[in-house]
Design a binder for this molecule. Structure first.
Ligand code: ZN
Ligand code: ZN
Ligand code: FE
Length: 762
C-alpha cells in the first residue's frame, strides 16, 4: 500500500458544524481504509486524508452524496498534500482561525432516534426533557461565538458525567461531539414554580404542569428560542382568560398537537403540508379548519385557518404525552413585546399572565420565535422566518461587500451580507418599544460576532423616524445608504431569484415611505438593484387620522367613497351607512380635503381594507391586515364578473383609477349582491388590471420579467391568480420563497440595493 500512497487536503464549507459532520467523515474514512484527520475550523471542516488514490477519490465523492441530513454543503475543495504516514483516522481539536466564515446550523427538532430513547423505559435518558444528539437539538439559540464548541455555548456550565463524556468522545457514537449532550445526572433540569412559590422538579414538575393545564390553568413554558404561554386548546374559558391577560384581542393563537392524527381531527392536511409539518424545522403551518371541530372558538376567531405545529423539543413531547390532543402554544410575552427568554424576565413579565412557570436552566442566548409558513400552490411561503431556518443564508448570484441592512419598522429583521451570502436574522418584531429595540441591537451584535462580519456599509429605510433608521444614523462611522421601501421589496425578490438588470416590480403592501411625502403601497416599479422608477401607482386618496385609518378600515371606506362620488358620497344607498355616523364621516372627509392629519396614500393594502369595510366585514381591526385577510377568506368560489378599471398616463407614469372599482362595489352592494361575490369580483378586477398594466409596460419597455413582493401577496388567492395570469401572458414571474413577502423580507432587498447603490457611487 505504501508504494501507492497519496494524500489530499479537503476543505468543506457550508453548514457542516453541529450536524454530525466529523463523525460522518470519520466513518467514511474508516470504511474506506483511509488514514488522516478531520477538524472543525472557523471556515468549515478541514480534512487531511491519505491512502490509495482510487479510495480517496471515492471518499471525496461521497462527502457530498452521503452527507448527514442536516448538513448543507456549499463547496468541497481538495488539493494534493504530502503523505505523512498516518496509521489511523482521527478527529482532532477545533482550530480557530483568522477568517471565520463557517455556517452555524439552525435549531433542529428532536429526531426519531432520540424520541425513541425518550420513550424507552430501558434507556438511561427515559423521560429526560433535554435529550439530543448530533442530528437534533438546540444550535443557533445556544451559541455565543464560533467555532461551535461546548465552551462557546449555553452548555458551558454543565460538566458532562462519565457516561455522557464517553459518548461525546466516541466517534462511533450518535452523540460524538454533540455540544448540548447531557443526561439526567449532569445536564439541565426543569422546575415548575406556581403562584405560591412552590417549586417542583424533574418528572414531578412535568406531571404537575400537565395537571394544571388539564385544569384550565395558564403555564409559561420555556422552549428552544423563548417562553411559550400554554393553555388547553379545548377550554374556551381558559383561552379567553389567556387573551385577556396577554392583551391579545383576536390574532389567532398557535396550536401544538401530538401527531398528525390529532391535527386531522380539527384541520385538513394535504401531503405537502405533512412534509413541512414533520420537517426538522417544525414551523407553525397554517392549515384549513375543519367545518366542525372541537377546538375552542377563542383560539382563532373569525378565521378559516389554524396555525399548527408538532412538538419539537423533548419537553414538548413529554408534556403532550399526558393525553393532550392540542395545546395553545403562543409566544410568551405581552402583545407587541419580545418573547421572554431569561428565567428572571419570565417571572417578572409573565407572572401576571401565567398561573405557573415551567423553567429550566439551559440558557437561551438568542431569542428566536416560531416560524410561520403556509403552503400555496405547492410552495412553502414564509409569513415569519425564524426558528429552524435562521441562520441559513440566502445564497446570492455574486459576491458583495459586507453590508448591514437594518430593515423596516414592522416585522423587522436585519440582514448581513458576506461574500455571496445574505444572512437574514430571525423575526425581531415591531420596533415600537424599547424592549424590541434592545432585541434588535442584540441581534445585530450577535450576528456580527457569530458570522464574523464587520459591515462597511449600512442600509436603512428612507423613513426618517423608524427606530431602525435612527440606529443606522447613530452608528455614524460607516457610509449610510437609504433605500426606498418598495424598491427594497422588489430587490428582495430579485436577490433570492438571482435576477439582474431591470424588472417590472409589483410592490403591494400597507405602508411605506414615499420620497414625494405620500404613503406608498400600490407601486408598479421599473426596478434594478441600484435604482428604480415609478411606472404606475394607485391614485392617492387620503387616510383620515393617519394611523387611525389603519386600525379603523371604515375610515378608508369613507375616504374611498368621497374620492369616488365627491359631494354625493353619502347618497349611496348601501348597508354600510347603517352603522356609520354621518357627522363623523363628514369630519373625516373634511380632514381629507384640508389635508389635516390625513396623508395621501397609494396603498393597495388600504384598498383591501376599505372594500372589506364597505361590504361590512369589519370596521375596526385588532391587527394590521386583518380586514384584508377576511376579505380573502370570504371569497365566493364561482362568481363571475369584473369591475371597470383603468389608468391615466401622466408624464412618464400611470395613475391607476380607484373610482370605477369603488363604483362597481357600491353598485353591487346597492343591488344586494352578497359579500363573497363582491370579494370575488374585486380580486378578479385587480388581477385583470395589473395583468393589462404589465402588458402595456412590456410593450413600451421590452421588460418581460415580473417580480412580486409586499405584504399584500400574503393573500394567497390574489398572489396565485395574478402569477398564473401573468405567466399565461408570457411573463416570467418571480416571487418570494426564501424570505417573507411582507416586511420580514425587506432587509434582504435593502442590503442588495445598498450594495448596488454604493458600488455605483464609488
Ligand atoms: Zn437526536
Ligand atoms: Zn450525563
Ligand atoms: Fe412593506
Amino acid at each position: 500500500m505504501t508504494e501507492n500512497r497519496t494524500a489530499r487536503r479537503v476543505q468543506v464549507r457550508g453548514i457542516v458544524q453541529g450536524v454530525g459532520f466529523r463523525p460522518f467523515i470519520f466513518k467514511l474514512a474508516e470504511n474506506g481504509g483511509l488514514a488522516g484527520h478531520v477538524a472543525n475550523t472557523s471556515s468549515g471542516v478541514d480534512i487531511h486524508v491519505e491512502g490509495a488514490p482510487a479510495r480517496i477519490d471515492a471518499f471525496i465523492a461521497a462527502i457530498r452524496t452521503q452527507a448527514p441530513p442536516l448538513a448543507q454543503i456549499t463547496s468541497v475543495a481538495s488539493r494534493r498534500a504530502a503523505p505523512r504516514d498516518f496509521s489511523a483516522f482521527e478527529i482532532i481539536a477545533s482550530r480557530g482561525e483568522e477568517s471565520r466564515a463557517t455556517l452555524i446550523s439552525p435549531d433542529v427538532s428532536i429526531c426519531a432516534d432520540c424520541l425513541r430513547e425518550l420513550r424507552d423505559p430501558q434507556d438511561r435518558r427515559f423521560g429526560y426533557p433535554f435529550i439530543n444528539c448530533t442530528n437534533c437539538g438546540p444550535r443557533y439559540t445556544i451559541i455565543d461565538d464560533v467555532p461551535y464548541d461546548r465552551p462557546k455555548t449555553a452548555m458551558r456550565n454543565f460538566r458532562m458525567c462519565p457516561a455522557c463524556q464517553a459518548e461525546y468522545d466516541n466517534p462511533r457514537d450518535r452523540r460524538f461531539h454533540a455540544q448540548p449532550n447531557a443526561c439526567r445526572d449532569c445536564g439541565p433540569q426543569v422546575a415548575l414554580e406556581d403562584g405560591e412559590g412552590t417549586v417542583l422538579e424533574g418528572e414531578a414538575a412535568i406531571r404537575r404542569t400537565a395537571a394544571l393545564l388539564a385544569d384550565g390553568k395558564i403555564v409559561a413554558i420555556k422552549g428552544l428560542g423563548g417562553y411559550h404561554l400554554c393553555v388547553d386548546a379545548f377550554n374556551n374559558t381558559a383561552v379567553e382568560r389567556l387573551r385577556r391577560r396577554k392583551r391579545r384581542e383576536e390574532k389567532p393563537l398557535a396550536l401544538m398537537a401530538p401527531d398528525l392524527e390529532a391535527i386531522g381531527t380539527f384541520a385538513r392536511i394535504d401531503p405537502e403540508e405533512v412534509e413541512v409539518l414533520t420537517s426538522p424545522q417544525r414551523p407553525i403551518v397554517l392549515l384549513r379548519k375543519r367545518r366542525s371541530h372541537p377546538i375552542a372558538p377563542a383560539v382563532s376567531p373569525r378565521n378559516t385557518w389554524f396555525g399548527v405545529m408538532l412538538p419539537y423539543t423533548p419537553l414538548h413531547a413529554l408534556l403532550l404525552a399526558h393525553g393532550f390532543k392540542a395545546l395553545v402554544m403562543t409566544s410568551g410575552n405581552l402583545s407587541e413585546e419580545p418573547i421572554a427568554i431569561a428565567n428572571a424576565d419570565a417571572r417578572a413579565r409573565l407572572a401576571p399572565i401565567a398561573d405557573a412557570v415551567l423553567r429550566h436552566d439551559r440558557e437561551i442566548l438568542l431569542r428566536c420565535d416560531d416560524s410561520i409558513v403556509r403552503k400555496t400552490d405547492g410552495v412553502t411561503r414564509f409569513l415569519r422566518r425564524s426558528r429552524g431556518y435562521v441562520p441559513v443564508p440566502v445564497f446570492l448570484r455574486r459576491e458583495h461587500p459586507p453590508v448591514l441592512a437594518c430593515g423596516g419598522e414592522l416585522k423587522n429583521t436585519v440582514c448581513l451580507l458576506k461574500a455571496d451570502r445574505a444572512f437574514v436574522s430571525q423575526h425581531i418584531g415591531d420596533l415600537e418599544n424599547l424592549a424590541t429595540y434592545e432585541f434588535f441591537q442584540a441581534t445585530i451584535d450577535h450576528l456580527q460576532r457569530i458570522l464574523d462580519i464587520a459591515p462597511k456599509v449600512l442600509a436603512c429605510d428612507l423613513h426618517p423616524d423608524y427606530l431602525s433608521t435612527r440606529y443606522a444614523q447613530e452608528r455614524g462611522e460607516l457610509p449610510l445608504v437609504r433605500v426606498q421601501h418598495h424598491h427594497a421589496h422588489i430587490v428582495s425578490t430579485m436577490a433570492e431569484n438571482h435576477l439582474e438588470g431591470r424588472v417590472i416590480g409589483l410592490a403591494f403592501d400597507g405602508t411605506g415611505y414615499g420620497p414625494d411625502g405620500t404613503v406608498w403601497g400600490g407601486e408598479v416599479l421599473l426596478a434594478a438593484a441600484g435604482e428604480f422608477e415609478r411606472a404606475a401607482f394607485l391614485e392617492p386618496v387620503s387616510m383620515p387620522g393617519s394611523a387611525a385609518a389603519i386600525r379603523e378600515p371604515w375610515r378608508m371606506a369613507v375616504s374611498y367613497l368621497a374620492h369616488s362620488f365627491g359631494e354625493r358620497y353619502q347618497d349611496q344607498d348601501i348597508p354600510f351607512w347603517d352603522a356609520i355616523d354621518p357627522g363623523q364621516a363628514a369630519v373625516l372627509v373634511a380632514m381629507g380635503r384640508q389635508g389635516l392629519n390625513a396623508p395621501l396614500t397609494s396603498s393597495l393594502g388600504r384598498l383591501f381594507d376599505g372594500v372589506a369595510a364597505l361590504i361590512g366585514l369589519r370596521h375596526r381591526v385588532a391587527f394590521e391586515g386583518q380586514a384584508a385577510m377576511e376579505l380573502e377568506m370570504t371569497i365566493g368560489e364561482d362568481a363571475t364578473g369584473v369591475y371597470d378599471h383603468g389608468w391615466r398616463l401622466e408624464g412618464d407614469h400611470r395613475r391607476i383609477a380607484i373610482a370605477p372599482i369603488i363604483a362597481g362595489v357600491v353598485a353591487d352592494l346597492a343591488r344586494g349582491v352578497p359579500g363573497p361575490v363582491i370579494s370575488r369580483r374585486f380580486h378578479t378586477t385587480l388581477t385583470a388590471l395589473f395583468t393589462a398594466l404589465c402588458r402595456e409596460i412590456r410593450d413600451q419597455t421590452g421588460l418581460d420579467r415580473v417580480a412580486m413582493s409586499g405584504g399584500v401577496f400574503q393573500n394567497a388567492v390574489f398572489a396565485t391568480e395574478l402569477a398564473r395570469r401573468l405567466a399565461q401572458e408570457g411573463f416570467d414571474v418571480y416571487t418570494q420563497r426564501l424570505v417573507p413577502a411582507n416586511d420580514g423580507g425587506l432587509s434582504l432587498g435593502q442590503a442588495l440595493a445598498a450594495a448596488a447603490m454604493w458600488a455605483a457611487a464609488d
